[in-house]
Write a protein that binds this ligand. Structure first.
Ligand code: DAH
Length: 339
């Protein structure tokens, strides 16, 4: 009996060592340890063993069983490891493969200028108000003292959609909307896109403006001048000088155009300012009382001033850009230089 047990043990261990997959391991398990297995039948043969030898023999059988079981477990581990390695190899990440390069973006010069101007104005107490880009004739023109068929309309080549609906040609339209809606004192800015039927080296059919409007009981041209001077110094630097020239806009009286000393050459004359040392950057003025009245504001009690910035032009002057078309081409090479 003992001899047979040893034989089963040696053979099983050999078979286990030679097994090359999990299925053969299971087969060995059944063959040796199963209900009809070799070791089980040896246990059944215990009755042929002399009673005094039974405990010793039982212990031997258990020992053999444990040896076989742990040999099977060990071998199973080996197969598990091989499987895992295969699985890992299949889904392995090649860390040496070059990745997809996601370039870091940057804000467009116009966006940066918008942010800068809005920050300065908000710090001065202005509220931001927006209006629609598809506008009615009334808000874009009539409410700003530009009647139908009046020659002053020629100042802006407008895209009309119907006789009364158009793409706004100026953010001044938001002034009228704000005056109708808000009670004075009013202190708003309105940034946004505007459209004109114009396209060449210095004009684009779409561009950006920032409108400002202040209405209160005691405001004057002097306040406008002080505020614009302070704003321009904040944008272009303390050394900037500002020039006010008389001009005409139907919605302001008096009206001015404002020039700023060229930040590139500091007034000496260069390519950016076309040798003049100054750049025309904005229109402004004291709100025409007629405009106040049309929007239901008492012009005896209230006065106002307004200004309109050409934001793309501000950005060009600030960054020393000379061709307006670059601002709208979305050429990455250009935008990269502007980071
Ligand atoms: N809307 C004018 C333009 O597009 C600019 C302007 C001038 C705006 C005077 C104003 C202003 O608010 O007071 O040319």
């Amino acid at each position: 009996m003992e001899e047979k047990l040893n034989q089963i043990l040696t053979e099983s261990l050999k078979e286990i060592a030679n097994a090359n997959d999990k299925t053969s391991l299971t087969e060995i398990k059944v063959k040796v340890l199963g209900k009809q297995g070799e070791l089980t039948s040896i246990l059944r043969g215990m009755r042929d063993v002399a009673p005094e030898d039974r405990p010793k023999f039982g212990a031997l059988v258990n020992e053999a069983r444990e040896k076989i079981e742990s040999a099977i477990l060990e071998k199973e581990e080996v197969f598990n490891k091989i499987e895992l390695e295969k699985e890992l190899a299949k889904s392995a990440v090649d860390i040496t493969e070059p990745g997809i390069n996601h370039e870091k973006g940057a804000l467009h010069p116009t966006t940066r200028m918008f942010n800068k101007l809005i920050d300065i104005c908000v710090a001065m107490g202005f509220k931001v108000v927006e209006g629609p880009e598809i506008e009615t004739d009334y808000y874009n023109f009539e409410g700003l003292n530009i009647p139908k068929n009046h020659p002053s309309r020629d100042m802006q080549d407008t895209f009309f959609i119907t006789e009364n609906i158009l793409l706004r040609s100026q953010t001044s339209s938001v002034q009228v909307r704000a005056m109708e809606k808000l009670a004075p004192p009013i202190k708003i800015i309105s940034p946004g896109r505007v459209y004109r039927n114009d396209s060449d080296g210095t004009h684009s059919p779409v561009f950006h403006q920032l409108e400002g409007l202040v209405i209160d009981e005691n405001v004057s041209m002097a306040d406008l001048k002080a505020m614009l001077t302070s704003m321009m110094k904040k944008v272009f630097g303390e050394e900037t000088t500002i020039r006010f020239r008389p001009s005409f806009f139907p919605f302001t009286e008096p009206s001015v155009e404002v020039d700023v000393s060229c930040p590139t050459c500091h007034g000496k004359g260069c390519k950016v300012c076309k040798g003049t040392g100054f750049l025309e950057l904005l229109g402004a003025g004291v709100v025409n009382p007629k405009v106040l009245e049309m929007s239901g504001i008492d012009s005896k009690k209230y006065r106002g001033f307004a200004f309109g910035f050409g934001v793309d032009r501000f950005a060009m002057v600030y960054d020393g850009i000379t061709d307006l078309r670059n601002m709208f081409k979305n050429d990455v090479r250009f935008l990269k230089q502007m980071k």
